[in-house]
Design a protein around this ligand. Structure first.
Ligand SMILES: Nc1ncnc2c1ncn2[C@@H]1O[C@H](COP(=O)(O)OP(=O)(O)OP(=O)(O)O)[C@@H](O)[C@H]1O
Length: 761
């Protein structure tokens, strides 16, 4: 943790009679001193102001970009922005501070590395109201004048408020949500629209010039007019080229910005999906569904935008077309209308066929993902032919669906093409006929101009109809992405809820829980109590509900009846992130990320150093093998950690769980897969690991639980008994049986029947 000295004492000015320190709503900032004790003053100030706005920032997510000993204003505001707030780091003068009357609290940075919270200002009295970061919730703000503030204040401030203009992070993922995302880019889009309109107007000029050349220059041999027209054309072309370039640049920028926003949003939503979701859906399926989002983005900034821009062109060109020749203009409109009707008629059957493509692609993707994730099992069991057969089948199915869709989708194109041709040739032939019968002689130039314009009109009209077709595809893509993203999130419990200081007393009372889709409860009226700081073992046959107890304690499933309390507080009331930060969990199979051993132990938690990692590794019994590795703590671990043995991996996972000194440590079969030597190392350290925290050890191996203060025996979701090892051996038949089974080899060796050594206390 970053340790920051307490902020400079602010000396209050003698408040003149009649000037009360600020006790308005603004002055009451949530977050008492006890809550943020471990973070520095500047972070504390940010946390309190963020909470005033109803946002819970996570100190673990704070990243200091600069080498400064204290968090800089830029780092702080970046942190708030990453937490979904609007924030700016600013350097302001006293006169500006006086204007922050109703702007909400502002964080002021002090030169000693501390911070204060500006809760208000009084311009008439030339005073600002400050609150210390450790001041109690209902404490009053202090009135400070310019001179005194200038002694401690660096002139830097961090402004914070709710991200009003950003799209709501919890809003469902729909086309409307995406449209809102695009709308936020209204300024560049407005520029694009203006550029497009200007370009459309410019496109009228060449046909009109051609008309003039044919009608005037050729008929009257006017070289000067030709020169003038050439100059105009040159200027128009140059202007058109530059404007077109600018338009493409802006569209590119908007596209990149939208992509970035979408990616950030999607990933943060994915992380907030409950574990249940990932357990029920193959990774490949999830990835395929999410990949659809990019098709939606392409549609929004590609076809939708270009059709919208083409519409602007239409608005300019259609009147000109009618101006040149009404009869020919009606022919173009009629043909375009027929094209639109054809495309609309094909919409529904196309949608049905496309749905089949999506289903087949989802299955294909799931099969691929499953094979990659389970490749060790595939290789070990020699299942390659079966996986290949499954893949062949899925590929064939997806191919069939795509082919059917493609073949059907070519019909509208087939029907539309002759109409498009007829439109161009028809207007030319009819135009030529009209020109022949035109006594004024102006019709020839007009025909040329009309031909040039009509092609530009037909394209956007057809594009508009195609847009509806694409919208169908995009609608389906949105449905797919939404099927992942619109699931209930853990978010509200992440940003809300209680954050009490944890001591580690766990109480289950009359708790019943069933997994979705199952009839028999995984836990049936379970009641027990784990006093804080004790070691608690859980045993039972496979499927008896041991891991479910650990899951509920982590808040993975919350839809149980009865009560689960941590330090007397209902677990459902907890802020999930706070709860999980107070817990350390080691599972039977732990995932180590790509990176060095040190990075894996620290796992990106802020403020932790190599010496913290070494301490945790020492406690977990991992120190000795890490030091023997070629690069020690800097040894690189690949994904899936092939360069580590199972025992080494497990000890690293224990070190990772221990590094943030959790109040409750859950070892869920964490030592079951260890070789005897590794298990002996971990067991030898168990008492040290357990000191000062509550330990819950789920294990099949009873020998690793004998030291526990209490052992819970589970059977088919029910509590059979809770007592220390010795008492259980005496009074619990199941426990005795399990113990006997596991120690039979010892008895055989000594040639004695199973003896149960009674143990006092
Ligand atoms: N995610 C899940 N969805 C549905 N049912 C589940 C899920 N996880 C566990 N179960 C069921 O709940 C019951 C209790 O499972 P749990 O994993 O808690 O048992 P356990 O005692 O830890 O078993 P083991 O020792 O084999 O790990 C079992 O009947 C199991 O089939």
């Amino acid at each position: 943790m970053v340790n920051i000295p307490l902020s400079a004492e602010i000396q209050p000015v003698a408040v003149r009679a009649g000037i009360e320190a600020d006790t308005t709503e603004l002055g009451r900032l949530p977050g008492g001193p006890a809550e943020f004790e471990e973070v520095g003053q500047r972070l504390k100030a940010m946390l309190r102001v963020a909470r005033y706005h109803g946002v819970e920032l996570d100190p673990n997510e704070f990243r200091a970009a600069s080498a400064s000993p204290f968090p800089t204003s830029a780092d702080l505001s970046e942190w708030a922005r990453n937490g979904g707030m609007w924030s700016r780091a600013v350097r302001v003068r006293w006169s500006h501070l006086l204007r922050f009357q109703d702007a909400g609290p502002v964080v002021l940075l002090f030169s000693d590395g501390g911070a204060g919270i500006l809760t208000g200002a009084s311009a008439e009295r030339n005073l600002v109201f400050l609150k210390g970061v450790d001041a109690p919730d209902d404490g009053e703000s202090t009135a400070i004048d310019e001179l005194r503030l200038s002694q401690v204040w660096t002139g830097e401030a961090v402004l914070l408020r709710n991200a009003r203009s950003s799209v709501a992070a919890d809003a469902p993922f729909t086309l409307g949500w995406l449209a809102e995302l695009v709308r936020l880019e209204s300024r560049p889009l407005r520029d694009v629209a203006i550029a497009s309109f200007t370009l459309s107007v410019l496109t009228i000029l060449p046909p009109l010039i051609v008309m003039t050349v044919v009608n005037k220059v050729l008929q009257f041999n006017s070289v000067s007019t030709l020169l003038l027209l050439s100059a105009i054309i040159a200027v128009v072309f140059a202007y058109e080229t530059l404007l077109g370039h600018a338009r493409r640049l802006i569209i590119n920028v908007v596209g990149a910005r939208l992509d970035t926003k979408l990616q950030l949003h999607i990933f943060s939503r994915l992380l907030r999906l409950p574990l249940d979701y990932f357990e029920r859906h193959p990774a490949g399926e999830t990835l395929y569904h999410l990949a659809q989002v990019y098709r939606i983005r392409e549609f929004l900034t590609g076809k939708l935008l270009s059709t919208f821009l083409d519409l602007i062109t239409l608005c300019v060109l259609v009147p000109v077309m009618f101006y040149i020749n009404t009869k020919l203009a009606w022919i173009v409109i009629a043909c375009a209308g027929a094209i639109v009707l054809i495309i609309l008629a094909f919409l529904k059957p196309l949608r049905r066929r496309y749905q089949r493509v999506i289903e087949a692609e989802t299955w294909k993707s799931a099969a691929l993902g499953e094979t990659v994730v389970g490749i060790k099992t595939v290789k070990a069991l020699g299942l390659e032919p079966q996986r290949k057969a499954l893949w062949d089948e899925q590929v064939a199915e997806a191919g069939r669906a795509r082919l059917a869709f493609g073949q059907f989708a070519s019909w509208p194109q087939t029907l539309v093409t002759p109409i498009e041709r007829a439109m161009v040739l028809g207007t030319m032939l009819i135009g030529a006929y009209l020109a022949m019968n035109d006594s004024s002689g102006y019709m020839v130039g007009g025909l040329f101009a009309f031909m040039m314009i009509s092609q530009r009109v037909a394209q956007p009209l057809v594009g508009l109809a195609r847009l509806i077709e694409d919208y169908e595809e995009v609608g389906a893509a949105i449905g797919e992405a939404a099927s992942v993203l619109n699931r209930p999130l853990e978010s509200s419990s992440n940003s809300q809820g209680l954050r009490p200081r944890l001591v580690g007393e766990v109480t289950f009372s009359d708790l019943t829980f069933s997994y979705i889709g199952t009839r028999t409860p995984a836990l049936d009226r379970v009641s027990f109590n784990i006093p804080a700081g004790t070691m608690f073992g859980i045993v039972g046959r496979s499927g008896s509900g041991k891991s479910t107890i650990a899951r509920l304690l982590q808040g993975i499933n919350r839809d149980y009846s009865g009560f689960l309390k941590l330090d007397g507080v209902d677990l459902k009331e907890f802020n999930l992130r706070h709860l999980r930060q107070g817990l350390g969990v080691v599972l039977q199979d732990n995932f180590l990320f790509r990176g060095s051993i040190r990075e894996n132990i620290i796992a990106g938690r802020a403020g932790l150093t190599l010496s913290d990692a070494m301490r945790a590794a020492h406690l977990a019994g991992a120190e000795e093998f890490i030091e023997r590795m070629p690069n020690g703590y800097d040894t690189y671990i690949e994904e899936g950690s092939p360069n580590l043995s199972g025992g080494q991996k497990q000890r690293l996972a224990i070190a990772r769980a221990l590094i943030h000194n959790p109040t409750v440590l859950i070892l869920d079969e964490a030592t079951s897969a260890l070789d005897p030597e590794s298990e002996a190392v971990v067991s030898a350290n168990l008492m040290r690991i357990a000191s000062g925290r509550t330990m819950i050890i789920v294990s099949h191996r009873l020998s690793s639980l004998t030291e526990c203060d209490q052992i819970l025996v589970m059977e088919q979701g029910k509590v059979l008994d809770v007592a220390p090892h010795a008492i259980l051996l005496e009074r619990c038949a199941l426990y005795r049986q399990l113990w006997a089974q596991q120690n039979r080899h010892l008895d055989g060796r000594h040639g004695r029947p199973v003896a149960v050594p009674p143990r006092s206390g």
